[in-house]
Design a binder for this molecule. Structure first.
Ligand code: SF4
Ligand code: SF4
Length: 382
């Protein structure tokens, strides 16, 4: 049985290029974001359209390598290459792009990007739980608000921030509800379907429409589940994918798992589950920028040290999604995720007593057969 409504998610990214073009022609501004730490609520509150710019395809990497070292994370090279070659309409239409001091490669890349784009870089703290970090995050929210107001020639009101917080919270809640359907055993979505939905929906310009599409998919899937719809069966190995972000164009590990008889039932990485449970508090009496700072500082990314909240989240996901094995994906030259894999392995093998596989790769297909062999052997352990 097929979930027909999934087809509505096939070409959201392409369709929205036209919407974006029309919006620009009508004078609306566009703000590009590279990272989950970027508070899209502020762009929405400024009346702009926030767009995600993370590069997930290999095509522009060769052009990027003319300026950047080859031995650099493919996500950074792809992001820079799309900008440099002007091949990404979302980058092209962005009036300003927001970067962050996350990993060394990304923050230095933004220095080069300034040659051809207006870039604002948020200065992130590296420790989540110190009071000084919250102060710093708050100051960065204040600074970003001022930059957006000046750059977009508008005033960002508290009321507008409150409304933006509300709609983004509801969208995260809907996406989490969708992911949580896969706690069902057998699962209701393949990993490639989950990726398609979460990736494509992030390009829809209309936030209310995003929520509506997600809720419709949730309801339709629940109805089909009542009729016996499922993906795989109760003996299909249930894999949790964690590590560096994955998008359409660099999903080879998910495809290989599913071609080899396993199922990626959930993904902890950015764009997937990592931040879905982190809502901004909707407290009308508090400073909205402080509420944003509190929420964004909680994101459990490996650029924070230590990053124990990621391990807490993983442990919960392993239980909730009835996981049989964990794959930790590291893009080549991503030192923070690569090193942190030690702790993830320890959690999975020693505490959860499950098989664990760490894969280090890039966006090319040159190692496809080696990866297939390793994934096959891993699935045979279950
Ligand atoms: S993995 Fe970390 S640095 Fe990369 S997008 Fe997510 S939060 Fe940002
Ligand atoms: S995957 Fe790692 S190296 Fe690449 S941008 Fe994210 S944190 Fe930086």
């Amino acid at each position: 049985m097929k979930v027909n409504f999934l087809e509505s998610f096939n070409d959201i990214r392409d369709k929205n290029m036209l919407t974006l073009k029309e919006a620009k022609e009508n004078g609306q501004k566009v703000v590009g974001f590279y990272c989950t730490y970027g508070p899209q609520e502020l762009a929405i509150a400024a009346g702009a359209i926030p767009v995600g710019l993370c590069g997930t395809r290999e095509e522009p990497i060769a052009a990027a390598e003319a300026d950047l070292p080859r031995n650099l994370c493919p996500l950074i090279k792809s992001s820079y290459g799309f900008g440099k070659t002007d091949k990404c309409p979302y980058f092209h239409f962005s009036d300003i792009v927001i970067g962050e001091t996350t990993c060394d490669g990304k923050k230095k890349m933004f220095e080069l990007m300034r040659k051809f784009k207006k870039v604002h870089v948020m200065n992130l703290p590296q420790h989540q739980h110190q009071p000084a970090s919250l102060e710093m995050m708050y100051e960065e929210m204040v600074r970003l608000k001022k930059v957006l107001e000046a750059e977009l020639d508008t005033e960002i009101t508290d009321e507008a921030i409150g409304a933006a917080i509300n709609v983004v919270n509801r969208e995260r809640k809907a996406l989490k509800a969708l992911f949580d359907l896969n706690q069902n055993k057998p699962a209701l979505f393949s990993g490639s379907d989950l990726l398609k939905v979460s990736f494509q929906i992030s390009f829809h310009s209309d936030r209310e429409e995003r929520i509506s599409l997600l809720n419709t998919l949730i309801n339709e899937t629940k109805e089909k589940a009542k009729e016996g719809y499922c993906v795989g069966d109760s003996s299909t190995p249930r894999i949790l994918l964690t590590g560096t972000p994955v998008g359409l164009g660099c999903e080879k590990v998910i495809n290989l798992v599913e071609e080899s008889g396993g199922l990626v039932v959930t993904m902890e990485n950015c764009g997937s589950y990592k931040t879905l449970d982190l809502s901004v508090a909707e407290d009308s009496s508090q400073d909205k920028l402080m509420l944003l700072a509190q929420r964004y500082l909680k994101i459990p990314c490996s650029v924070m040290t230590p990053n124990t909240d990621r391990l807490t989240l993983l442990e919960k996901m392993i239980d909730d999604f009835k996981i049989d094995g964990v794959i930790d994906l590291t893009w080549q030259a991503c030192h923070t995720y690569n090193i942190e894999s030690y702790f993830v392995a320890d959690l999975v093998k020693s505490k959860a007593n499950l098989p664990f596989l760490h894969l280090e790769t890039d966006y090319s297909n040159s190692d496809l057969e080696t990866l297939r062999l390793r994934i096959n052997a891993f699935l045979e352990m279950m």
